[in-house]
Design a protein around this ligand. Structure first.
Ligand code: GLT
Ligand code: MN
Ligand code: MN
Length: 396
């Protein structure tokens, strides 16, 4: 029996245990890409659970077909699920999140919930309900929807407005299905701008945050932002996560890394842009995010089985190291002093500006501001950012 995460609550120091998770498809990635076939052997789900326990993970996530092949008989499914459950109980790993594969099979080549074909849409619902049953059986409480094929290469054949309406209809239906079965799922919608489609509908986390408010059960639905996805579009990922946090909608997060303007790289967390990773960890820590930290990434195609473990350990280690750096940043007196200088607060003014009243309008409109003096003030970001860099680089 492999003991999972020895530094957990029962382990030394009793420190809060981070919920580091990996999908079966992440460490199970066999290195196939558009230009070449697999470079690694398939690892069975049971083996993956053992590997994840060995590297110190808390849990494992899955698509329905990562565990049970799409054409498996009920008897085969039962055997696979039983073996998997045994591996979970042997290692202490849990399944916090489940999802549906609505993108690999040719039936979904023009989308699933947003397909123009009623049969495809109905089949996608059926497949998702069955996958929700499977996830619930394994204890999952978060259900992710990544619309990998929900998009288009050309708008010639489908009205994108219909795409959004159809997606809404499906999510509304599945919220009711979750309630009817007392699954208590929290749905987490994951945006991506493109790949595998030329364009994917609802391309950013911000799009989803607006969409959620139009649903029948908005309180059941949040987001699952992924570092790589906003980064691919050249956007600031940390700011998207901030909006999700502010809206109370950060239900799950996919950590990995990505260079801007490239194909979907899914690198080890922290491998490409360590400064962004630092501010992301800082945001999660500062706002007390305590949900799963899911590494949706895979090892470089150069790696063998041992390299996959190096990859998984690297993801966890980079998060933990950055968390230490964040603690250092937050308790650094000079840094905190600079932050104060950058944010000079005046309670009276804030009270006026924060509460609309006739009196506030009158006072604000007649107030004298020394615009030139305020504008002439230096704001010491150079010094502050350099100190942050020195912490990240281990010199402070
Ligand atoms: C796929 C995708 C991910 C999604 C997964 C969930 S599958 O690997 O690239 O970003 O999170 O469906
Ligand atoms: Mn993802
Ligand atoms: Mn990705």
């Amino acid at each position: 029996m492999v003991k999972a995460n020895p530094s957990g609550p029962s382990g030394a120091a009793g420190k809060a245990r981070e919920k580091f998770t990996f999908g079966l498809w992440t460490v199970g990635n066999i290195g196939r890409d558009p230009f070449g076939g697999p470079v690694r052997e398939v690892i069975s789900p049971v083996e993956i659970v053992k590997l994840l326990a060995e590297v110190g993970a808390y849990g494992v996530n899955m698509h329905d077909n990562d565990l049970v092949p799409i054409d498996a008989s009920p008897a085969k499914q039962k055997q696979i699920v039983d073996d998997f459950k045994k591996a979970l109980s042997d290692t202490g790993l849990v399944v916090p999140m489940a999802t549906t594969n609505l993108f690999s099979d040719p039936v979904f080549k023009d989308g699933a919930f947003t397909s123009g074909d009623s049969q495809v849409r109905a089949y996608a619902l059926q497949k998702t309900m069955r996958a929700m049953d499977l996830g619930a059986e394994l204890g999952a409480k978060i259900y992710v929807f990544w619309g990998g094929r929900e998009g288009a290469e050309t708008d010639a054949g489908k009205d994108p407005v219909d795409g959004i309406k159809r997606f809404r209809e499906a999510i509304n239906f599945l919220c009711q299905y979750s309630m009817q079965n007392n699954y208590n799922y929290r749905f987490a919608l994951e945006a991506k701008p493109n790949e595998p489609r030329g364009h994917i509908y609802l391309a950013t986390t911000g799009n989803y945050l607006a969409f959620i408010e139009t649903l029948d059960y908005p309180e059941m639905v949040g987001v699952n932002p992924e570092v790589a996805h906003e980064t691919m579009a050249g956007l600031n990922f940390v700011h998207h996560v901030a909006q999700a946090i502010e809206a109370g909608k950060l239900f799950h997060i996919d950590l990995n890394d990505q260079e801007s303007g490239r194909y979907d790289q899914d690198y080890r967390f922290g491998a490409a842009n360590i400064k962004q990773a630092f501010y992301l960890v800082k945001l999660l820590v500062d706002h007390g995010y305590d949900g799963p930290l899911h590494f949706d990434a895979h090892a470089y195609r150069t790696e063998d089985y041992e390299g996959v473990k190096d990859f998984a350990r690297g993801c966890i280690r980079n998060y933990q190291l950055l968390k230490k750096k964040v603690a250092r940043f937050n308790k650094d007196a000079e840094i905190q002093q600079l932050i104060k200088r950058i944010n000079p607060a005046d309670e009276k003014l804030d009270a006026l500006a924060g509460n609309f009243s006739e009196n506030a309008v009158r006072q604000l409109k007649s107030m004298k501001f020394d615009r030139k003096a305020i504008g002439a003030r230096g704001i010491p970001y150079e010094r502050l950012d350099q100190l942050a860099m020195e912490i990240i680089m281990g010199e402070r």
